[in-house]
Design a protein around this ligand. Structure first.
Ligand SMILES: C[S@@+](CC[C@H](N)C(=O)[O-])C[C@H]1O[C@@H](n2cnc3c(N)ncnc32)[C@H](O)[C@@H]1O
Length: 317
């Protein structure tokens, strides 16, 4: 664990704060995020629309995956932070066999404590078949697991996933939402290769920066450095092509990547009108600039023919 790792963990607070600020202003509904963060600073409409597009598109892909596999699947969220997708999927009655979240122990410890204290969160984990096992940093229930691991350490990660009774032959979708960019390239390469080798029927959703070689990218890098956070994996974030190539060279067969500008464009007209009317919003250029610098990636390897390649990232309606 390094000084930089401590700062990286704090990025989870930023993400939670932005998500809660947007939820409080009606961009989307989430009954659980407020348990994990309090009193967020009010964020600008562009940031909230950006977060809406991120959350909506990632959840859309997850739901398609669950429907395609009829729930006979696993979800593994790497660097999950305070993500609340598990609880939101439960409310939509769209549940995988197993939902596994991984983060550094300092983050999982706080998440564990909050889940233990909040009945609304804890009762969703209840299951008749199994008792819930709770430790200081980890939770194991019938279908939800929260474990602490450094995802750069593959032996450690593998052991932790095994403690969640992961089945490498079951269709599995991995998520990294603003996570790979914090890892040195050698680590993200190894991680992606390991997953593509170990899980024959799998998909990967990656959301993170793109087009980072321009002035906007430079400013973001400088601002984060001031907060001791380095984007060590920024080399893969130069363009949509560098993002795609990283996955292809690490064994992923079908790979699609879209700038968030295009993801936003593909939302329905009525949804965009709703979002743009929620608050006084007159900085369309700023929104475009923000969306141009993030991307959504959908990769899959489909050895057991669940037809994962039918799921595409061009339709989010
Ligand atoms: C920007 S936050 C995103 C959190 C969550 N994915 C979201 O989108 O709300 C990045 C998360 O990745 C986690 N993370 C970064 N590097 C990691 C590593 N090597 N091992 C485990 N977790 C890591 C951080 O602790 C943090 O919670």
């Amino acid at each position: 664990m390094s000084f930089n790792d401590d700062a990286v963990q704090l990025t989870n607070d930023d993400a939670s704060s932005c998500k809660l600020s947007a939820v409080q202003r009606g961009y989307w509904k989430d009954s659980y995020i407020s348990f994990f963060y309090e009193n967020p600073e009010r964020k600008s409409p562009e940031i909230s629309i950006g977060y809406y597009t991120r959350v909506h598109s990632v959840r859309y892909l997850l739901k398609e995956f669950i429907k395609k596999t009829e729930g006979n699947c696993q979800i593994v969220n790497l660097g999950a932070g305070y993500d609340t997708t598990y609880w939101n999927l439960k409310d939509d009655s769209l549940t995988p066999k197993s939902f596994i979240e991984v983060d550094f122990p300092a983050v999982t410890m706080k998440k564990c404590r909050i889940i233990k204290e909040q009945m609304d969160l804890l009762e969703k984990l209840q299951s008749e078949e199994d008792d819930i096992q709770l430790s200081r940093t980890e939770i194991h229930s019938n279908d939800y697991h929260l474990v602490s691991a450094d995802i750069r350490e593959l032996k450690q990660l593998e052991a932790k996933l095994q403690s969640c009774r992961i089945d490498t032959n079951l269709p599995t979708v991995f998520i990294t939402e603003c996570v790979l960019v914090y890892l040195d390239m050698e680590y993200s390469d190894r991680l992606l290769k390991w997953i593509s080798t170990k899980f024959p029927t799998s998909a990967f959703i990656n959301y993170e920066q793109v087009n980072m070689e321009d002035r906007f990218g430079e400013v973001m890098i400088v601002n984060l450095k001031r907060r001791n956070t380095e984007l060590r994996g920024v080399e893969a974030c130069q363009s949509v092509d560098t993002q795609i190539n990283r996955f292809k060279r690490n064994g992923w067969k079908n790979v699609e990547c879209l700038e968030m500008t295009n993801v936003y464009r593909n939302l329905s007209t009525s949804e965009k009108q709703r979002l743009e009317k929620l608050e006084r919003f007159d900085e369309k250029d700023l929104l475009d600039q923000l969306l141009e610098h993030y991307c959504l990636m959908w990769a899959n390897s489909d050895s057991n023919s669940v037809n994962l390649s039918d799921v595409t990232i061009t339709d989010f309606t």
